[in-house]
Every structure is written in C-alpha cells, then in structure tokens.
Ligand binder design. Structure first.
Ligand code: UD1
Ligand code: CA
Length: 500
C-alpha cells in the first residue's frame, strides 16, 4: 500500500459566521469543526497530515497543534484559492522531488464527515488506479457547489464552479464535496500548471480534473450515500442544523447500544461521551464533554453533566454538574449544583438545593437539603443537617472542613472553616462551629431559648397577631373580650378555610 498524506484546508475566512472566533473553531457535538475532521482523518492512519492555516491562524494553529501535535502547519498568507492553498503545503507534503503515494485533500469545516466514509473513498481511489478521485454527492440544491460534469458513458470530464457554469451545467445535481484524492506525482505536476483565469480569479484545485483528462489520465468520482457528511457550515444557522444532525447520529448510536433515551429531540450527547447499557436518559438532558455513565443509571430530566463520571445505578435528577464524580447507586437532585472537585461516594446523597465544590463526600454520606458544601471532606455514613453552610472563605483565603465518619450535624449549622468535626460527633440545630469538635462529642452554640410570656397582646395590642394569640389563650383574661369586634380574628374565618 502506498504512503498517504492528508491536507486539511483551514485558511479561509468565515465572514458569514460574524464571529471573533475562527469558523473552523466553532463547535458542535463537543468538538470544533476542524476537530471532527482531524478525528476522521486520524482513522486513515496517514503518514503525515498538513493543515493549511491563514485567516485567524493565531487561533487555528494552536488548536490544531493541541489536537494533533504531529500535524505540520503550512501558512497561506492570502487566500487565493484551493489550489494555491495546497501549493502552500507542497513542501511539507514532499511534493518537491520524486513525489510518491497518495494525497488526500479535505476541508476543515465539514463536522459530520465520518472516518468510515473517508476510508471507503480512499480504498476506491487506490483500487481504481486513478490520478484524481472526487468524493461527490447528489444534492437537492446544488447552488454554490462545483458541478461534476460527466461525458458519454458517465465518464467524469471536469468540475465546473457555480460562477463558471453554463445554465445546463448548473442543472447538474452531482456536486464536488471538495474532498479529493490524488496520485502525488500527478498533483505535484498539476499544481504548477493551474492558473486563475476564471470568474473568481482564484486558483481552483478542481482544475486538476480537466488537466488529468487532457493528459489522458484516469479520473473518477465516488458518490457518498449521506450528503450531510460533506456539508460545510458557513453561518450559525447551518452550524445549528449540522449540530442537530450530528446529535441525532450520536443519540441513535447509543439507543442501538442499549441506552434508553425517552426524548431524542431534547437530549444532547457529545461525541466523546460514554454510556453503559441500560442507562436511561430522561428528557431535557445534556451529556457533555468526556462524561461517562455506568449501567442502570438514570439521568434527568433536565440535567446537564459536563465531564462527569456517574456510577452504575445512580440517579441524577434536575442537576447541573461539572467535573464531578457520582458514586454507584448514589442519589443527586432535584435542583443540585455540583461544581468541579465534587466526589460523592457509593450510596451517598446530594439533595435538593445543595451546591458542592471540592467536596469529597464518603460512601453512604448524605447532604440532603439546602446546603453549601465547599472545600470539605465528609466521612462515610455522615449526615449533614438541612440548611448547613460550609463557610470556606474568610474574605482572603479558602479553608477546609472535615466531618468525620457517621457524624450527625444539626440543621442550620455554619462551619466556619477551618473546622474539624470528629468521627461520630454531633452538633445541635443552629450551631456555629469554629475550630474542632472531638470524636463522639455534641457541640451546641446557640443559647438557651428565652420565652417572654404575653408579649404579643401587650406589645402588639389591636393587631391580628394579638387577636390570634388571645383566641389561643394567650394574654390576660380581661383583655380577651376587647378583641370581639375585630373582624380579622381567627374565630371569624369561614368553615373550610383550612383547605388551601
Ligand atoms: C469549493 C470547491 C467546489 C466545492 C466546494 C465544496 C474549488 C475551486 N471549489 O468551493 O468545487 O463544491 O468547495 O464546499 O475548490 N480555502 C483555503 N484557502 C483558500 C481558499 C479556500 O484554505 O485560498 C479553504 C477554505 O477555508 C474552505 C475550503 O478551502 O475550508 C473551501 O473553500 P471555499 O472558498 O469555501 O470554496 P468554495 O467556493 O465553496
Ligand atoms: Ca464553501
């Protein structure tokens, strides 16, 4: 098999995106558009990949280098056409002297392109012995594309660009995807002979087809089944449309792998997410980044997980989580916010209106209600009372709180970090803990309850509050009659008033 080189063209501007972000860096399915193309290219195991950058290359070049460090970058200062772009890559491709092997050209803005399709195209090109092969597609509306002009018996004669086409040629619905495969020796020769005498005044790579035909070299087109794979996104509407198609593909794949997705239309799954069989995804759920979900887990409804790991059998309901780990059979939600560094143990619970950050919560430990847990370690089996705040920030620095195994802390506590609560310790309701509670101790910081009898009748006389108190037996006996004319007292409310 001959050596393969791949050129990815990503030098063009993205005017219609109207964005400060380079077009090929716009994302769908959790990856940039060029990231999708590079992933498809990687499946070909090419000997070398050259990416041509130009417009906004200060953004594009580092991104490509991060995704594919082995790729070579070639710079096209001015965008003078697709042939000119490939010429900028000629040295890196080794087209200088005695070139051999195959060169495949792809674009950086076709996010739906699949590796399998590129492989099939390349195999066809190699088996055919052609000088040039075109990956073509038959579309409903060919406007803007180069048309594949076929002669007698369907032999490919040329690619004619929209602006250079005759009315008759414009009616052709077989179009050039832009993905072309070349014998390197032919490409090296052809690049030097392509001119820019055409409607756009550009150097067209598509002119290689007519050049090969003129030289009597074989040319052909390989028609792709799914034309969405070769569609580029030029504006944000097209980007969203391609994103939806990509999502449908990913969601469909997981359903075939044994994942229940109740509502595919409102479920978004990034391409790098991993789901085990019998996971259930409920409506309105987004599984993003490198999220991994274990068997039998139930996610959603209305949940967003980015770069999270969810154990088998866990339930995550109406939750927003990022860089968090949820243990096996653990429970999260509804209305929970898990920030980076949250690690919930097996069988643990993070309940309603609880926010966590940098918090390791042990196996079977529970933070069930209305709490903030930041910079903390909670031992296995511990229970944190409702409405507890781990006050981790003193205005200057962050401090940690440790709660021991099987500790039980009361409701409405504040832990003013640094705090250590020992194994098996307890705290009373409303306690503010500063410092240390030894293992097994009970800490109580709120004072004894003070009750001032008959305060309302004396200090709020004549109000509904005072009337209610007196009707219930509060206040001196003589004053109770005085409230008879007060229409708002409890005794006047209509029967059935307690139903609401
Ligand atoms: C090109 C093809 C056309 C095909 C269509 C598919 C040519 C002459 N025409 O047309 O047959 O149907 O793509 O989408 O090849 N680029 C550079 N440097 C340049 C010019 C372009 O890197 O100087 C890159 C662009 O970033 C883009 C790709 O090449 O990724 C295509 O360029 P574009 O200008 O969009 O070509 P089209 O006119 O659409
Ligand atoms: Ca284009």
């Amino acid at each position: 098999m001959t050596e393969l080189s791949v050129v990815v063209l990503a030098a063009g501007g993205g005017t219609r995106m109207k964005s400060k972000t380079a077009k090929v860096l716009h994302r769908v399915g959790g990856r940039s558009m060029v990231g999708h193309v590079l992933a498809a290219v990687r499946t070909l195991e090419p000997a070398r990949v050259v990416t041509v950058v130009g417009h906004q290359r200060e953004q594009v070049a580092p991104h490509v280098q991060e995704l594919m460090p082995e790729a070579v970058l070639a710079v096209q200062e001015e965008q003078l056409g697709t042939a000119h772009a490939v010429r900028m890559a000629a040295d890196a491709l080794g087209l200088g002297q005695q070139p051999g092997g195959t060169v495949l050209v792809a674009y950086g803005d076709t996010p739906l392109l699949r590796g399998e399709s590129l492989q099939a195209f390349l195999a066809d090109h190699r088996a055919s012995g052609r000088a040039v092969s075109i990956l073509s597609g038959v579309v409903g509306d060919p406007f803007g594309y180069g048309r594949i002009v076929r002669g007698a018996e369907g032999v490919v004669e040329a690619i004619v660009e929209e602006k250079d086409a005759t009315a008759e040629q414009r009616a052709i619905r077989e179009i050039n995807s832009g993905i072309l495969a070349f014998e390197a020796a032919f490409l090296a020769d052809a690049l030097g002979r392509i001119g820019n005498d055409n409607a756009k005044g550009e150097y067209y790579l598509t002119d290689t087809v007519a050049l090969a035909r003129a030289a009597g070299l074989p040319v052909g087109a390989h028609v792709i089944d799914d034309v969405t794979e070769i569609e580029g996104a030029n504006d944000r509407a097209q980007l969203a449309a391609l994103g939806a198609l990509l999502n449908a593909r990913v969601v469909g794949r997981w359903m075939r792998e044994g994942v229940t997705v109740v509502d595919p239309a409102t479920t978004w799954i990034d391409v790098d997410v991993e789901l085990a069989p019998d996971v259930t995804v409920l409506p309105g759920t987004q599984l993003l980044g490198a999220t991994v979900v274990g068997e039998d887990a139930v996610i959603g409804p209305d949940t967003t997980l980015r770069d999270c790991e969810v154990g088998a059998g866990a339930h995550v309901v109406r939750t927003h989580a990022e860089l968090a780990v949820v243990g096996e059979s653990a429970d999260v939600g509804p209305f929970s916010y898990l920030r980076p560094g949250t690690r919930l143990g097996a069988g643990g619970k993070i309940g309603g209106f609880v926010e966590t950050k940098n918090a390791v919560i042990g196996d079977g430990a529970k933070v069930p209600h209305l709490s903030y847990v930041g910079d903390a370690e909670i031992g296995e089996g511990a229970n944190i009372g409702a409405g507890t705040i781990f006050a981790n920030y003193d205005g200057v620095a962050k401090h940690r709180t440790t709660v021991g195994r099987h500790a039980k802390t009361g409701s409405n506590n504040t832990f003013v970090a640094p705090v250590t609560i020992g194994d098996g310790a307890s705290t009373g309701g409303g306690t503010v803990v500063r410092g240390e509670v030894p293992p097994g101790a009970l800490a109580v910081s709120s004072g004894p309850l003070r009750v001032i009898e008959d305060w309302a009748p004396r200090k709020r006389a004549g109000t509904a509050q005072a009337a209610a108190a007196q009707a219930a037996g509060g206040g001196p006996a003589g004053e109770r009659e005085a409230s008879h004319n007060d229409s708002s007292r409890v005794g006047d409310s209509a029967p059935g008033g307690g139903e609401s």
